[in-house]
Design a protein around this ligand. Sequence first.
Ligand code: FE
Ligand code: CA
Length: 511
Amino acid sequence: MDLRLGRRRFLQLSGATAAAALAPVTTAAAAPSRSRKLPDGVFSLGVASGDPLPDRVVIWTRLAPELLALDGSGGMPTWDVPVQWQVAHDEQFSDVVRAGVVRATRQDAHSVHVDVEGLEPARWYFYRFRVQREISPVGMTRTAPAPGQVPNSWRFAIASCQNYSAGYYTAYQDMLDENPDIVFHLGDYIYEGGAQGSLGRGHVPSHEVRDLAGYRVRLAQYRSDPDLMAMHAGAPFTVTFDDHEVENNWTAEDADPDVPAEEFARRKAEAFKAYWEHMPLREAQRPSGSRIQLYRRLHWGDLATINVLDTRQYRSDQVSDPEAHSPEAWDPDRKMLGDTQMQWLLDDLAASSARWNVLAQQVPFFEDPDVGLESDKWDGYRVPRQRVLDELASGRARNPLVLSGDIHANRAADIKADFQNPESVTVGAEFTGTSISSGGDSEQTADFDPDPDNPHIRLKGNGRGYVSFRVTAQECRGDFRLVDTVERPTSSARTAASFVIEDGVPGLTRA
Ligand code: FE
Ligand code: CA
């Protein structure tokens, strides 16, 4: 099968026919469990994969026959369940290359995360799971190119801000047709509040979630969306969270100063646990109490290094006085990444030999003087931002590319060595992707003109969608894809604007 042409069609077919058409898995280790029969429909959350390396990728599922059960159990019994898994070269699973059995435990909400090793670099694979007589839908995933390899082309997409109650995920329908090699989710994967919206997609439960059961139900509800499920089945994701996976605008402290530290630590621990359970993350990302190691690094051969950042867990509180020239914003003691992550990032940028150096992260990095100081963005953390800018200005990291989300609007910006000085040199480029659904159709206004007062901001636009990228050794092209509506289950989509970065030439060119 030509994966480039047929991914959506393949996934539709396999989802409909997998359980009926595929022979039982015959792995020696997979002796039938003597345990009791499970309810039907254990694979209602589909399958996913993530964080591809040259020789391995994580494959994921969670058994949940009753995915909105308010106790967070997914309708599963308390006992552990053996889950068989297979990875194959072909969609018929006649050429299985890896297989095994993993236990789905009550402790992990019957989620499984298999770090499948021993794979070939830069190759697509098919995978599936089996429990008793049920076989999961088939997923497609791939490995990264090996060190030294420079693929002819790398396709990826960025997504953020997918408020379930605010709209259908029509953007993911279009994204699947763009055939990305990998999707970077930059945060606000869920929203913690109880909004009901007007589309019959009200949040379950109907109040703000604050504990493990609540976060589990909320994540399961989001993951039950058929378009999101299809995208997860169609390509690996690399995810990082922003604020709403826990609470609006949280930092190293709770957003509400009246909440005791122990109470916020408990809430974080339970939010992180449910997040890990529902994401295709490695064991290395399994949270330990109220801490999670979410910042990490991926490589796409020698073409790109991707630094996946965590701009929430270690940051100082937002400035109390968000005036444009607030001296507080320049306080050298204020953190955005924390000392350890900052050094980890700067050391890599200084030594990187990658053609493209990508920062996949949450909140916008560029400064927009028109809107004053934006206290939750990098703008409110100017000393750490300047440390990163100084490293980028040194030129040691080739072709810096910052990817952001959070603001529910599209922005393309040149990154200046000093945002306080519009005459300073351009050192890189940033794409801020709009929301998948947050804001709904109501914020659909189009303003794609350059801003004459702020020439480093190359595009300002609203609307729902995402950004689709195609990267070669010579250039990086980003297409701002917009859907016409998120208030109906399907939509057409179009490219609203495209920008190109040429190798060795900092800054954006409108294509
Ligand atoms: Fe958001
Ligand atoms: Ca956010």
